[in-house]
Design a protein around this ligand. Structure first.
Ligand code: SF4
Length: 179
């Protein structure tokens, strides 16, 4: 009895090509689902928070992009929105929250303070959150307009769709488990 993979000669003639075809199909489907259901963790520290609220409210309606659900537990979120100035005392907190986010995860730096420290060029302010966590999209502006935020979100959606997704992302086995 031929396997499902062997029945795809119209699309691919080799087993590896057929496997690649199905993997791409699954990846695209997962990418589509993930980009349209981003669950955000808002790490709001300063005045950019007003703009964040504006994006979430009816006029700009972030729900149109499937990203309207803020979760205040990082384990239930996959998008870290860093909104506002981050000072050095907050740095370990931000890092821990990032580490606790569910995989796969993405980060948006919301406003110039989060992106580069903004005009707080001093010893107490983190000069860009990319010194602490990897950032996927930077949104400029002090504060950014809601349209800019939505633009940044759409950029992230494109990035998520273009990534390779797997049905099961297994972490490598812990060395102690092999003993
Ligand atoms: S970018 Fe401007 S509005 Fe946003 S937190 Fe910094 S100072 Fe405030």
């Amino acid at each position: 009895m031929p396997s499902a993979i062997d029945i795809v000669p119209a699309v691919a003639t080799r087993r590896e090509e057929a496997t690649g075809f199905f993997q791409n199909l699954v990846s695209k489907g997962l990418g589509w689902a993930r980009k349209n259901s981003l669950w955000q963790y808002p790490f709001v520290t300063a005045c950019c928070g007003m703009e964040y609220m504006s994006v979430a409210s009816a006029r700009y309606d972030i729900a149109r992009f499937g990203a309207e659900v803020p979760r205040f537990s990082p384990r239930q979120a996959d998008l870290l929105l860093v909104v506002g100035t981050v000072n050095c005392k907050q740095a370990p907190i931000l890092k821990r929250i990032y580490e606790q986010l569910a995989e796969p995860k993405w980060v948006i730096a919301f406003g110039v303070c989060a992106s580069s420290g903004g005009f707080y060029d001093n010893y107490a302010t983190v000069q860009g959150i990319d010194r602490l966590v990897p950032v996927d999209v930077y949104i400029p502006g002090c504060p950014p307009r809601p349209e800019q935020v939505l633009d940044g979100l759409m950029l992230l959606q494109k990035k998520v769709q273009a990534q390779q997704h797997k049905l099961i992302d297994r972490l490598p086995a812990h060395p102690a488990a092999a003993e």
